[in-house]
Write a protein that binds this ligand. Structure first.
Ligand SMILES: *Cc1c(COP(=O)(O)O)cnc(C)c1O
Length: 426
């Protein structure tokens, strides 16, 4: 009963007009780091001081003009921002509406992750830290962090499941070339969840290190902080739309959700704007009914992982079930607390997109627009087919292409060789 009341309360807050100050700030969080019932900071005693100092430092830079100037200078001159908001003409014709692509794939290092890695490393520098640690699954966040560390001359240790070290060898080589130490993790299933456990363990015994988390997950203030650093995406969408169509909001925003950072960045400045529908794609894997899935919102139950409360893929004993998706970047058994909350109160509409639907969407974008997307981003593209009947010819749809497909070429080639090949018109 309490939850229902709480949720209704939260829904009311979410729908309050832009600019009013309820208990929710711009990123949708309350003072204790909760989004509705999700979030918080469930951390061992030994980290309390560290996390408190981080919180203080983060809230201090949020409104600090000199921090923003330094950060935005890097985003512009190093990352290459603003990323284009591209009107995809042939894709729009195909779906009978107006589709704009937010091109995070064109950023330095090939995805949105660099926005956050640079924000956090500037914060680390201000706190006087010299050693950075990070977790990585597919290696994208590891590469972004190693890049930021090379740029700042900082020591970098990246924890990565041993299975992923073998699967993602190119990214491992990149991290090493950038000067990072890659620590293969051999606890649990040797994947992202275990790498994150290991990073947290290391952090407990080396609390002087700065832990750069790669998505809107982890204990408060990380989900809020990562969302804040990614919010440059929707900040740009606003003025880019104004410039292109004479109004600063779309009818609909679409993004894929792994931990939730590119989606949060895309939604951030529109969370309280009810004119804008938010539609998220999570990874259905082989289908939510098969068990081979990473569709946390669809099948997850409430639990605690990596320092925060969220929806989790777990069995009745609370054991985490190993997630599956063809896309390594969406292969996480939890979900950012904000997205668990937005889905629960109906602020977002969420689809589980299966592997084959994402692969078809990737192929379609490649052939219609000459853009090879990351497989994660292809999950967002597959939303177009799901929503096609709801589109009106005048609608403005903005879809974030979170990353480029270079890293996924092996998977694409293998996949299109084993299914009827659209290249041959089969
Ligand atoms: C890591 C990654 C994702 C998933 O992470 P979010 O935090 O949910 O954004 C999506 N797309 C790409 C290209 C990635 O590298």
């Amino acid at each position: 009963m309490k939850n229902i009341k709480e949720n209704m309360q939260n829904k009311a807050n979410l729908s309050s007009p832009v600019g009013t100050r309820g208990s929710f700030g711009a990123g949708g969080i309350d003072e204790n780091g909760f989004y509705g019932e999700f979030g918080g900071a469930y951390i061992p005693e030994i980290l309390h001081g560290t996390v408190e100092r981080l919180k203080k430092a983060y809230f201090a830079i949020k409104d600090d003009a000199s921090f923003k100037a330094e950060y935005y200078d890097l985003l512009k001159n190093y990352v290459g921002r603003p990323s284009p908001l591209y009107f995809a003409k042939r894709l729009s014709t195909e779906y009978g509406t107006n589709i704009y692509l937010k091109r995070e794939d064109l950023n330095h290092t090939g995805a949105h992750k660099i926005n956050n890695a640079l924000g956090q490393i500037l914060l680390a520098k201000r706190m006087g830290k010299t050693r950075i640690i990070a977790e990585t699954g597919a290696g994208q966040h590891g590469v972004a962090t190693a890049t930021a560390c090379a740029l700042m001359g900082m020591e970098c240790i990246v924890f990565m499941g041993k299975t992923d070290v073998e699967r993602q060898y190119l990214n491992v080589q990149k991290m090493r070339m950038l000067g990072a130490t890659v620590e293969p993790v051999t606890s649990g299933n040797w994947t992202l969840k275990d790498a994150t456990n290991e990073a947290i363990r290391y952090w407990c015994s080396n609390p002087d290190s700065f832990y750069i988390i790669g998505s809107t997950v982890g204990p408060h203030p990380y989900p809020d902080m990562v969302g804040f650093f990614q919010s440059v995406i929707s900040e740009e969408i606003k003025w880019q739309l104004q410039e292109k169509i004479g109004r600063d909001y779309p009818d609909c925003l679409m993004a894929c959700v792994g931990g939730g950072s590119n989606a949060m960045g895309t939604y951030y400045h529109y969370l309280n704007d009810e004119r804008v529908q938010l539609i998220s794609a999570e990874a259905g894997g082989l289908g939510i009914e098969t068990g081979e899935t990473a569709a946390t919102i669809s099948i997850g139950t409430v639990g605690i992982i990596h320092g925060f409360k969220t929806l989790l893929m777990q069995d009745e004993d609370g054991q985490i079930t190993e997630p599956y998706s063809i896309s390594a970047g969406l292969d996480y058994p939890g979900i950012g607390p904000a997205h668990a909350h937005f889905a629960r109160v109906g602020r977002t509409k969420v689809y589980a997109i299966n592997d084959n639907e994402a692969m078809d969407a990737a192929f379609e974008l490649t052939r219609l627009e000459g853009i090879i997307p990351a497989i994660e981003s292809a999950h967002a593209l597959a939303l177009l087919k799901k929503e096609k009947d709801n589109f009106k010819p005048d609608d403005i749809v903005v879809l974030t292409v979170s990353g480029r497909g270079d890293k996924d070429m092996d998977t694409y080639v293998k996949y299109f060789n084993t299914v009827p090949n659209p290249l041959k018109g089969e």
